[in-house]
Design a protein around this ligand. Structure first.
Ligand code: SF4
Length: 394
């Protein structure tokens, strides 16, 4: 790890969710913040309380015999006994009725640069009001946010933030988007979609960082309100998903196709872990699939792994491995291929796919002068995929 990235990782840890889990802290939020800042607003007095929960009726489940319910939200389709919870730990069967335990109770609230999601083709340099609750439907051994993703909501400090308040705060902090992020946002589906409906009416873009582990019907409904998604495609190997994620690959590929078909702006993140998912043949197959199924202009981010959670014995990804992966992706025909978690790498910037000229310079989360006009390259006029202007409020 370089000194710069070590400092960056440390600051992110301090300025990230740990800082804000008890209360909003006066910290001077800036839409162009270099790192993640806790939210500083008129709501500075809002306290988070340990284990604050307000059950809310869940969607997408069906009652079974004997008081069981079957959750229909993600491909796990958990069958849940009365008084019990699904695998994600935040959806509970109460006498045959099913409840979300995290509606309106985020435990992480920040203003992030949209580049941190990472979304490089959505209003560069804008702020993204970012929320997450406790829980996750995956159990990645390399999770960056395992303190909240693998926790039940009784164990986290949760804010009381109904959907209207989230949208108000996003406006107050001058954010162009609201991001559902840090954990798998599917598990706070009802909250995410209610916030999203209000945000869309207010002209705020909804963006979601997801692992794509969701069933078709709820995803279709989510697409009605979602502007952009960055989806982790963690590997192109089913075994990797089973062993390191505790899930299946196929539903993720289906979700990617649905997002593309529905016209949601899509970017893909592949965290490259040395000796686990860095085989050139596998990366080449993944890139060919992306090109064929999602299109050559789909942005792909190869992200650097740092040892975390249950993978502390592994080394960080060598930068040369990421550069090789990028070369393979370009060779496979993808046009927007980025390297992430390596501040200062030239592959953080965007070059036009048609003329090759620099149109969005970046360094870390800092964005330089954008050379685009009306969603097109200012040099050659080629249309660049993404969201480049703020939508109108309804
Ligand atoms: S969302 Fe949670 S409860 Fe529902 S199927 Fe997935 S893991 Fe199980």
């Amino acid at each position: 790890m370089t000194d710069l990235s070590r400092i960056g990782a440390k600051l992110q840890g301090l300025c990230g969710w740990q800082c804000s889990r008890r209360r909003f802290i006066q910290a001077g939020a800036s839409a162009l913040a270099l790192l993640s800042w806790p939210v500083s607003t008129r709501a500075a007095s809002v306290e988070a309380r340990l284990g604050f929960i307000r059950p809310h009726p869940a969607q997408f489940y069906r009652p079974l015999e004997g008081g069981l319910v079957q959750c229909q939200l993600c491909p796990r389709t958990c069958e849940v006994l009365d008084g019990d919870r699904g695998e994600c730990g935040v959806r509970e069967n109460r006498k045959g009725n099913y409840f979300s335990l995290v509606y309106g109770n985020p435990c992480a609230v920040h203003v992030d640069p949209v580049e941190k999601k990472p979304l490089f083709h959505v209003l560069p340099g804008s702020g993204s009001f970012s929320i997450a609750t406790a829980g996750c439907n995956l159990h990645c051994k390399f999770c960056q946010n395992w303190e909240i993703s693998q926790a039940r909501p009784e164990k986290t400090y949760n804010f009381d933030l109904p959907p209207e308040k989230v949208v108000d705060l996003a406006r107050e902090t001058n954010c162009a988007s609201i991001a559902y992020t840090y954990v798998e946002p599917i598990i706070f589906y009802e909250y995410m979609t209610d916030v999203s409906r209000l945000a869309k009416k207010a002209g705020i873009i909804n963006v979601c960082h997801s692992a794509g582990y969701i069933r078709e019907k709820p995803l279709e409904a989510l697409c009605d309100v979602l502007g952009a998604a960055c989806v982790d495609l963690k590997s192109f190997e089913a075994d990797f998903y089973r062993e390191l994620v505790g899930a299946e690959l196929e539903p993720v590929l289906n979700s990617l196709k649905t997002l593309r078909r529905r016209g949601v702006h899509l970017e893909i993140v592949n965290l490259v872990i040395p000796q686990m998912n860095d085989k050139p043949e596998s990366i080449t197959r993944m890139c060919a699939w992306i090109k064929d199924e999602l299109g050559p202009l789909t942005p792909l981010h190869f992200s650097r792994f740092y040892p975390l959670y249950k993978m502390l014995q592994h080394f960080p990804t060598p930068v040369s491995t990421l550069e090789k992966a990028r070369d393979l992706a370009l060779k496979a025909g993808l046009k927007y291929v980025y390297i992430g978690n390596v501040p200062g790498n030239p592959a953080e910037s965007t070059n036009c796919h048609a003329c090759g000229k620099l149109i969005i310079p970046r360094q870390g989360y800092m964005v330089g002068e954008v050379k685009m006009k009306d969603g097109a390259c200012a040099h050659c006029g080629a249309k660049i995929p993404g969201i480049w202007s703020k939508p109108q409020a309804a």
